[in-house]
Design a protein around this ligand. Structure first.
Ligand SMILES: [Zn+2]
Length: 65
C-alpha cells in the first residue's frame, strides 16, 4: 500500500484487471464479453460501471486510486 503520483497507471491496471475475464451478470448469469466498463473518477476513487444487456442490472466496482 504505497501512495504514488502514478494514478494514471493504477487506473489502467485496474481496467486491465476488470477486462481479464468476461463479465458474468450476478443477477441473470449472462456473460457479456463484448461490453466495456465505463470508468468514472471521483477524486480519490474510481468507479467502473456496466449494465447487463440482458436484464439491465447495473454493476459497480469501486477502487481507491
Ligand atoms: Zn443480467
Amino acid at each position: 500500500m504505497s501512495s504514488s503520483h502514478s494514478g494514471r497507471s493504477a487506473f489502467e491496471r485496474l481496467r486491465a484487471r476488470l477486462d481479464e475475464r468476461p463479465h458474468a451478470c450476478e443477477e441473470c448469469g449472462f456473460v457479456d464479453d463484448a461490453g466495456e466498463w465505463e470508468a468514472v473518477t471521483t477524486g480519490a476513487t474510481v468507479e467502473y460501471r456496466r449494465e447487463c444487456p440482458s436484464c439491465g442490472t447495473e454493476h459497480l466496482r469501486q477502487y481507491r486510486l
